[in-house]
Design a protein around this ligand. Sequence first.
Ligand SMILES: Nc1ncnc2c1ncn2[C@@H]1O[C@H](COP(=O)(O)OP(=O)(O)O)[C@@H](O)[C@H]1O
Ligand SMILES: [Mg+2]
Length: 248
Amino acid sequence: MFILKTESLTKKYGSESQPIYALRDLNMSVEAGEFVAIMGPSGSGKSTALYLMGGLDRPTSGHVWLRDKDITTMNDDALSKVRRESIGFVFQFFNLIPVLTAVENVAMPLILDGVPRPQALERAEAALKQVDLANRASHRPSELSGGQQQRAAIARALAAKPAIILADEPTGNLDSRSSDEVVAVLRRTVDDFGQTLVLVTHDPRVAAHADRIVFIKDGNIVDENRLKGADRAEQIREKLGRVAMSEG
Ligand SMILES: Nc1ncnc2c1ncn2[C@@H]1O[C@H](COP(=O)(O)OP(=O)(O)O)[C@@H](O)[C@H]1O
Ligand SMILES: [Mg+2]
């Protein structure tokens, strides 16, 4: 049973005479508890797809279903409620508040959402534990490595217990060791906590941890795969190369 599904999802930029389709009739479905990676050349519509799935932007046409709810027909208030309660976002840049400690950063959205401070901090600590960062709770972002900062940002997304995490190039700004650390933590939230995860990446080593890889080009799916085997990252790299070279 899907938890998230796009139906003929289309996003058009540009003018009537020169339209640019960021997405064109995208049909994609994500199962509950699944880790899906989205890959594709730069400008293929990956971020647009993720933002529309999370209700951060509105499509030109088509639909996004979150379980039985069509989020594309919701008004702004209903949509922002869905975003707060059901979607966790992780971006390439961590956007942590420099003057707050890790645990305060993680608690902040909960506090803004009306959770009393002691409970918010308690939940933030649990979320930091989930990403192996309990021992850095009172550190400020500047006292954390890039990988640790991203894990704090992931904890912030997890703290609200969202049904779905949407991550746009979460390792794009990290060295390979930090990147491994971050993807391991994300993989574990899926395996141990039943989290649903949709992650955009250009890194085959990161995508190799996903259950399924969706390759997009020119705003639509060109391949879908559950590559298996020890040389998975290599297979993904090859496939990505073929997708990039193929005629649009
Ligand atoms: N705000 C915007 N205005 C105009 N064109 C945009 C805008 N956002 C994205 N695009 C275009 O839509 C296409 C897909 O962009 P994007 O989803 O960011 O791709 P990706 O994340 O795969 O690199 C690109 O051609 C991009 O230039
Ligand atoms: Mg992008």
